[in-house]
Design a protein around this ligand. Structure first.
Ligand code: ADP
Ligand code: MG
Length: 891
């Protein structure tokens, strides 16, 4: 039989099986049993044991109460949930009452010390609709997300035809720290792993996602009768996901619920769509791990552009880069704001100095609403708000609509500042109280009476010395006995009769008097009442301030926007960026374009600008819409490709661009794929992955898209690689019509440009001097005629006989003839495409080839059985899909 104490622990633990339970006992939070083993391993704590009853010894690891947040942060960062169990009744006789007061999870942490200042921490929830029995794909999916550290809350729903790519693109933008799914979905490992493998999943009870109860839960949460005002009334899965968020946050930390006061239903069609790999290939917010690195480790487009001055601005910059837009009017409005600041020295400088050192008002306001803000934070909030009038003045006379709107949205919140100044104690005065003197007469009276009592006690020493004539008499205090009068041994005979002896010490004895005890009791009582009243008044104050949350958040967001436009303007000035011209056609024209990140990293060395001309779809067939860029390794191909994509993204984020001039026909999607980038973690060999993604691009690119393919086809033998590369280019040019940049060191491919309409061949110029290749970094029309591999080998010090022999071999092996033959061959395939003759047989054989390739390139040795099973599952799905057969049911 467990003891009652052990029973209590086990009961609480049973309610939080998926969390590590930090159990408060005295000055420690203790972990027990398996939790102790995990905590000891992850936090490098000593694992000991504790008796929990007469003959039960259980593993134990503990951390001091004051350090729990530091340790919990580490556990959460590693993906654990930590349930904090506190004592909720004062220590006394019998069992102390304990309760889990909150659960720290990766997606719901809000503690300032546990959050990254410059990025959002999002919690997402995904509700899956009923599956199509044939494909296994849900008929619709809803997603909701919340950033509880600022109170942002949104939801969206997609129909089957957008799946899974729209979901995956949104997840890549949100980068959620934690994703909630329902238990049945989590149990279907293949789906969870395939679609959501990259995220930390938390499974919730199925009814948390049930649309009708979610709707009711949300109505209750918002205190409304219908969700129509939130725009999700007719989107049951978006509603279900939003309901799951409220359910979960209510369970792990209910104090955050008041923050979720507004739910925004949105669509993702307005954003440029990109998948996670494209973001990484372009190193927008995260460095990629591919062989291509932009010179310095960890440098990204975000880090290069981040001239924001506030944490709110830095978060907004990150979000803006992750949400490039397709709507020209919105982008023009942003560019107007940036442009005006570029041109106006005065406002720019004034705004800059006002934003310097400005606190994170957005998160401070949320701390108020959560009821967690301490006086120091309230002072920070007030001092930040006090800059608003000057910011409003600095924007006086500005024309750009965005600037005027931000100016209008700024609310100095005088009432908030006034209340904080009047009611909150200055933390530097260290009175131990949070409420300022003068705010509450009742509190002031208590404080006064307590200090009067203390003054009486302080005066007692002098009075008693006089009365007794003992000059060494002392009044002291300790925790056990409270106040006492201490008399040294030689003077004991002179102790008055009203002294009561309490304690003997080495040098004398300690006494109390009835009067002293009475004053002491009065002081202690007053202290208790002061603390209680101070706490009550302060909580009321936070509640009153919380009423201003919408205005505070609106002001914080306006300041963040100003910070962002200013940062864009300052980058534009410092790096000579220009305002792009945006168009609704499908052309792309860049004069003197540069790579923003590499240019900034090459300090001292000049970056060589290059032009790009891709014609509109309706332009004559003689004008190219696709570039085939050849050139040896290290010539600058990858840099050029990314520079075009990054200039496009920057323009569609509303920023100026690193080019002399740019005319950009707005793109709907950017596909970026770098060959030979391994992803062993997913158990897919390079080549397999390359093909899976290339297939995806071919299926989803539109004539509005921008496709950037860098060395695709490199992961296999050169014959196969060439063949695949060629087929892909043909498809993109002849069928899809997307603007395409294709870089390859297979210079043989350039001949394609002669036969394929709309494909232009270009090469990176290389000069040769005394057997050495000199890279000029210039993009020129025409194909490069050699790969310079031999020159590079020579530069690397290979013996002369070897390089001479290699040169001779290379001459014999030129396979230009082969390429021409293949061009004819594939042209025939495409001619047959339109005559309707391609029946199921041909489909099967295509699918066969694809599956054979996939199988051949599997790296079985590097896979876990589960990964192998997942792969097998996805291969089977594709086989079934190509045959139009339904998935077999589980027995
Ligand atoms: P490739 O893809 O052809 O092998 P990269 O694009 O990786 O070549 O370029 C190699 C290096 O050359 C880059 O890391 C960069 O330092 C430098 N580089 C590339 N383009 C330029 C340029 N336009 N101006 C200056 N340096 C460049
Ligand atoms: Mg390259």
């Amino acid at each position: 039989m467990p003891t009652p104490a052990r029973r209590q622990y086990l009961d609480i633990k049973a309610q939080y099986p998926d969390a590590l339970l930090a159990y408060n006992i005295g000055d420690f939070y203790e972990f027990f049993d398996r939790d102790a083993e995990v905590a000891a391993r992850e936090l490098h704590l000593t694992l000991t044991a504790r008796t929990f009853g007469p003959d039960e010894l259980v593993p134990l690891a503990g951390v001091p109460v004051h350090a729990i947040h530091v340790y919990a942060a580490r556990l959460v960062a590693r993906g654990y949930r930590v349930a904090i169990c506190d004592q909720v009744s004062p220590a006394g006789r019998g069992l102390v009452r304990r309760e889990v007061t909150r659960v720290l999870t990766p997606g719901t942490v809000v503690e300032p010390g546990m959050l990254a200042a410059t990025r959002e921490t999002n919690l997402a929830a995904i509700a899956f609709g009923k599956r199509d029995p044939a494909t296994g794909i849900p008929r619709a999916i809803g997603l909701a997300w919340a950033d509880a550290s600022v109170g942002a809350f949104g939801c969206v729903q997609w129909p089957a035809e957008d799946l899974p790519h729209a979901l995956q693109a949104e997840l890549a933008r949100l980068g959620p720290a934690e994703v909630l799914i329902s238990k049945p979905v989590a149990d279907e490992e293949a789906l969870a792993a395939d679609w959501l493998g990259a995220y930390r999943l938390t499974s919730c009870a199925e009814d948390a996602f049930e649309p009708e109860s979610a709707r009711i839960r949300l109505c209750r949460h918002f205190n409304v009768a219908t969700l129509a005002g939130f725009g999700c009334e007719s989107l049951p899965l978006a509603t279900a996901a939003a309901g799951a968020i409220v359910h979960y946050i209510g369970r792990v930390n209910a104090s955050l619920l008041p923050l979720l006061s507004d739910l925004r239903t949105y669509e993702t069609r307005g954003f440029v769509e990109m998948d996670g790999r494209a973001w990484r290939a372009l190193e927008v917010v995260e460095p990629s791990h591919s062989e291509y690195a932009s010179g310095q480790r960890g440098v990204t487009l975000l880090s290069t552009l981040d001239m924001t001055r506030t944490a709110m601005g830095a978060r907004l910059l990150r979000r803006t880069l992750l949400h490039p837009l397709r709507d020209r009017a919105t982008l023009e409005a942003r560019l107007d704001a940036v442009g005006e600041l570029v041109g106006a020295v005065g406002p720019r400088q004034r705004l800059g100095s006002l934003l310097d050192g400005l606190g994170d008002l957005e998160r401070l306001a949320a701390r108020v609403t959560q009821g967690a803000a301490v006086p120091r934070e309230l002072f920070g909030l007030a001092s930040g708000l006090s800059r608003a009038p000057a910011v409003i003045a600095a924007l006086e006379g500005c024309d750009a609509a965005e600037l005027r709107e931000a100016q209008a949205a700024l609310d100095p919140c005088d009432d908030v500042r006034e209340l904080i100044a009047r009611a909150v104690a200055d933390p530097s005065e260290a009175t131990g109280r949070r409420v300022r003197a003068g705010y509450s007469p009742e509190l002031d009276a208590l404080v006064e009476s307590a200090s009067e009592t203390r003054r009486w006690i302080a005066a007692l020493e002098g009075i008693e010395r006089e009365r007794t004539g003992i000059r060494s008499l002392k009044v002291g205090y300790n925790k056990v006995f409270g106040y006492y009068i201490e008399i040294t041994r030689p003077n004991l005979s002179r102790v008055p009769s009203d002294y009561q002896r309490r304690q003997t010490i080495a040098t004398g004895e300690r006494f109390v008097t009835a009067e002293l005890k009475e004053h002491e009791a009065r002081a202690l009582h007053a202290d208790e009442r002061i603390e209680a009243l101070d706490g009550e008044l302060y909580a009321g104050l936070l509640m009153e301030l919380a009423r201003a949350h919408p205005r505070l958040r609106q002001t914080a967001q306006a300041l963040a926007r100003l910070d962002l436009w200013l940062a864009f303007a300052e980058v534009a000035i410092a790096r000579r960026y220009s305002r792009p011209t945006l168009t609704d056609d499908t052309s792309l024209e860049i004069i003197g374009g540069r790579h923003p990140v590499i240019e900034a990293a090459l300090d001292g060395v000049e970056f060589i600008p290059n032009d790009t001309q891709l014609a509109d779809l309706n332009a004559g067939a003689a004008q190219s819409r696709a570039m085939l860029l050849t050139g040896p390794n290290m010539a600058g191909k990858s840099t050029y490709l990314r520079q075009v994509a990054l200039i496009t993204l920057l323009a569609q984020a509303g920023s100026f661009v690193p080019a002399q001039s740019a005319r950009i026909g707005l793109v709907d999607r950017v596909f970026a794929r770098v060959g030979a980038e391994d992803d062993l973690a997913r158990g897919l060999s390079t080549f397999m992955l390359e093909m899976v993604e290339t297939a995806f691009i071919l299926r989803h690119a539109t004539e509005r898209s921008l496709v950037v393919l860098d060395e695709v086809g490199r992961g296999t033998s050169s014959t196969d690689g060439l063949a695949i590369a060629q087929a892909v280019i043909e498809r993109l040019c002849a069928v899809t019509g997307a603007r395409t940049l294709f870089a390859t060191h297979y210079h043989e491919l350039a001949e394609l440009a002669e036969t394929l309409p709309r494909l232009g061949a270009y090469h990176m110029e290389v000069a040769e001097r005394e057997g050495q290749a000199i890279f000029l970094r210039r993009v020129s029309p025409g194909a490069s005629n050699q790969s310079y591999g031999v020159q590079v080998a020579r530069m690397a010090g290979l013996p002369a006989e070897v390089t001479a022999r290699a040169e001779a071999l290379a001459r014999n092996h030129l396979i230009a003839g082969d390429v021409t033959a293949r061009v004819a061959e594939t042209a025939a395939v495409y001619d047959g495409r339109s005559d309707g003759a391609s029946g199921a047989d041909e489909l099967v054989s295509d699918a066969d080839r694809e599956l054979t390739l996939a199988l051949a390139s599997m790296n079985l040795v590097a896979m876990t059985p589960l990964e192998a099973l997942n792969l097998l599952f996805s291969l089977q799905q594709r086989a079934l899909a190509s045959l139009g057969m339904p998935a077999p049911r589980a027995p």
